[in-house]
Design a protein around this ligand. Sequence first.
Ligand code: SF4
Length: 217
Amino acid sequence: MNEKIEKVLQALRKNNMNAFYLPDSAAVCAAVRERLFDGCTISSGGSVSLKESGVWDILKDEKYCFYDRTRPGITPEEQEEVYRKTVGCDFYFCSTNALTEDGQLVNVDGNCNRISAMAFGPKKVVLIVGVNKIVPDLKAAFLRVKTDAAPKNTVRLNLDTPCHKLGHCVALEKTSDPDWTDGCQSPSRICVNYMITAKQRDPERITVLLCGEELGY
Ligand code: SF4
């Protein structure tokens, strides 16, 4: 574990979040299994990091009650029901768009089910975060959203936004230092609500499993 990672872990703990470093995805999966219990209720964000790390496959184990809003054949009504049930879940799994060196999580959502669950509802929130998500500060975090997370997610979700074609937010066409919330006029815009997760009141609710591998975007 290098100095930067140690600094991030300490900063997260100072912000009342549990934080652990795991060298690889196998270690992350073991840490996830340790936390879950038979019959626990789970929901999640649509996260590439969960899939790449193998955590997604654990959540689907029939020992657990996983409300999967992406399950093939799910109807809009059933998806809505998943969002309602998420509030009362034992666990919520997701990643983060960026993790600052002073221990803050930055996330920008379009549908906003993920940032809602991170902020309130599920008893425990567990984040699977690759080292590629670490940035120096909030400014770099929002820039990361505009140059990496959002463009790649619009490609993944096949959304008609300027960043899908440009590879970066349209706001960066005007200036290299745009306002955090500046962006496109697209009806498919995924930058709708902007959340900074800072110091928590409950020191047991949020856990960050920081993986030594690069995961997601
Ligand atoms: S505001 Fe629009 S163009 Fe900019 S990153 Fe978000 S979705 Fe892409």
